[in-house]
Write a protein that binds this ligand. Structure first.
Ligand SMILES: Nc1ncnc2c1ncn2[C@@H]1O[C@H](COP(=O)(O)OP(=O)(O)OP(=O)(O)O)[C@@H](O)[C@H]1O
Length: 217
């Protein structure tokens, strides 16, 4: 097990990164023919902070993640992205390549950024250790438990140390103990200097964040 400062280094630690910030100014959204999903939102999202997006099913949590990612323009208001160079997204259901090894799921995106195989593999194994997956590194994706697969998705997303990490329902189908390990992993990501935004129905996950942005009562 790595010491916390080594874990932070493994997940990026934000060395040399511009200080990113996202400002939401009176943002709201409605789809064609529909009602506005949430009240006008005003918020400043800062590095090293975890924000929980909460609200009833259909209140617009996933929609707001898409707006933050820049995939969707809000119907009203403005999203200002300062110094934001990279965005990671972890989807609700872990997707992997069944026969590919766990370590290769982290290595391949690093190779795509131009890293050498040797550097990428060293970095990938450090990140897997930080996410308590070192013992699984050479196993196939298909043998992972739900919690392990979810942690691998987080490990893969943070290996390239995104300025903004968007996470959709990371603990929805996990038992309490496994959910705790995912929440701890999210703390590790923000400790590395990322802005972390988590859409969640799970009170434990919301409580583990620094702030809550409630889209409905
Ligand atoms: N592309 C789209 N076109 C039209 N309506 C959409 C579109 N995407 C989402 N919606 C609608 O917008 C509303 C908000 O959806 P969204 O997925 O953002 O909610 P959510 O809070 O993430 O829900 P859940 O907790 O169930 O995942 C829903 O009523 C949904 O049907």
């Amino acid at each position: 097990m790595l010491a916390l400062n080594e874990q932070r280094e493994a997940v990026g630690a934000g060395a040399g990164r511009a200080r990113a910030q996202v400002d939401l100014c009176d943002v709201r959204h409605k789809f064609a023919g529909g009602e506005f999903l949430f009240r006008p939102l005003n918020a400043t999202l800062l590095p090293g902070q975890r924000y929980a997006l909460t609200g009833a099913s259909g209140s617009g949590k996933s929609t707001l993640l898409s707006i933050l990612a820049g995939w969707l323009d809000p119907s009203e208001g403005t999203v200002l992205r300062h110094g934001l160079q990279s965005i990671g997204w972890v989807f609700q259901n872990p997707h992997g390549s069944a026969r590919r090894s766990v370590v290769d799921h982290v290595v391949l995106p690093l190779l795509a950024t131009g890293a050498s195989r040797r550097h990428a593999e060293t970095q990938a194994r450090l990140v897997l250790e930080a996410f308590q997956l070192a013992h699984r590194a050479d196993d196939a994706f298909s043998v992972l438990s739900g919690g392990e697969a979810q942690r691998l998705m987080l490990a893969r997303a943070v290996a390239s140390s995104p300025d903004l990490l968007l996470v959709d329902e990371p603990t929805a189908q996990l038992d309490m103990r496994t959910a705790e390990t995912v929440n701890t992993a999210l703390q590790l990501v923000s400790a590395g200097g990322s802005i972390v935004v988590v859409a969640t129905h799970d009170e434990r996950t919301a409580d583990a964040c620094d702030q809550t942005i409630a889209l409905s009562e």
